[in-house]
Write a protein that binds this ligand. Sequence first.
Ligand code: MG
Length: 443
Amino acid sequence: MAKLFGTNGIRGVFGKDLTLELALKVSYALGVYYNDGKVIVGYDGRNSNTILSRIVRAGINSIGLDTVDAGLIPTPCLQYATKSLNYKGGVMITASHNPPEYNGIKVMESDGIELSRDNELRIEDIYFNKNFRYSTKIGKDEQIEVTRNYIDGIKSMVDIEKIKKRNFKVVLDLGNGAQAVTAPQLLRELGCKVIMINENIDGSFPGRGSEPTLDNLQQLSESVRKEEADIGVAYDGDGDRSIFCDEYGNITAGDRSGAILLEHVISKYKGTIVTPINSSVIIDIIAEKYGCKVIKTKVGSVEVSRKMAESNAIAGLEENGGFMYGKHIAVRDGAMSTALMLEAILEERYSQLINRLPKYYSYKTKFPCSKEKASKIINSLIEEGERVDTLDGVKIWIDDDSWIMVRLSGTEPIIRLYAEAKDKLKLEKIINEYKGKISRLLG
Ligand code: MG
C-alpha cells in the first residue's frame, strides 16, 4: 500500500503533491475515522491555508460531523484546544518549517497529540480502499476563538507574579510565522517589554525563512545586543519550535536550551524524560543528577509525544528546539517553552545557565542519498561497528562520551549525520573519518 503520512503528517508541494482533490479525500477518510463528535481545524500563515482549511472542513462535514474553524493559530494552540476543549480530533493545516510552496495536513487525536502510526495506517486504509461513508446529515461548521484559552493555559503553568516582577525585555523573531498571533500577547501579559522582528505573518517567509537555524538569526542576535534585552527567541513557521539567544547575542543550539528547560522542570517535578536517540549526552547527565529515567525513541516529535503520553512523562525534547512540557501538553510548544525559560532565568542570566552545562561539542549535516544507498551505508556501518544501537538508522558509540549517528530522513531523500564528543578535535576526527566512509560508500 502506498503511504499518505510522512514523519510529520501529510506534506507536499501545494497543487502538485498536495492537491485539493487529495485534501478532500483525506478529509472524507478523517470523517470516517473520527466517526462522531466535533473536529477543530486550524491553519498557520501559508498562502494555501484557508483554501485547504475550507476543503478539509467541507469534507468532514459531508461525512456528517461538525467542525469548528479556529482560524490562523500556531500548531500547539490548536493541539492545546483539541485537548482542553474536548474535541474528538484536531486538524492543522501546516508544513511547519518547510519552504513556502509546501503545505500539509497534520492530524490530532482527542488528546491533542498527532496520530500514532497504527492509526495513520487505519486512515490510509480508509483512504486507499475508498471506504467513505457519505451522510444524509450534513455537519455544521462554526468559527471559534482559541488563542485566549491557549495563553491562559500557558500562564497557569508558570509563576506569573515572579516573572512580572522581573520586567524582562525580550526580542521575539517571529519568522513571519503563526506565533505572531499569540507569543507577543503572552509575553506582554507576563510583564515583558517585547521587541518584535519579522512579525508580519507572510506565507512566503520573506524575513529569515521559516526555520530558525544557528546561521540565519543574525538579526535576532543584533537586536538583543542593541536593545540590551534579557533574552531572544525565534520560532519556526507554525510556532512549535523555539531557538534562544543569550543576552550577548549568542544563538544557542536547541539541545542546550532544551537542557536548561529540562533542568528547570525536573528540579521541581521529578518524572520520566523522553528524547530521541540522537539527543545529547547532556540530557542523560542532567537526568541522572535528579534521578530521572530517560526513555529514548526514534527521531521524530510524534515518537516522543506518543511515548510521553504512554509513560506520563514530565518532559520531552528534541535537538532542533522542540520542547514538550508534560503538565501542559505532550507536544512541542514554542510559547510554552518561552514562558518556562523566563521562569528559568528569574535568578540567573541565560548565558550563566548555558555556561554551567557540561561541555560537549556536537555536529550535524546531511547528504543527498537514495533510500537504497542509505540502507547500504547504514548496514555496512552496523556490520563494522562495535558498540552500535539500531533503534533508528545506526548510532555508533566511539567511547562513553562520543558517538556518531547516521539515519535516512523520513521527509526527504537525504541521510543525516549527527555526532557528539567532549573534545573538539576528537569530534573533528570522528566526523572526517565517517564522512570519508560515507563518500566511499556513496561512490
Ligand atoms: Mg514546526
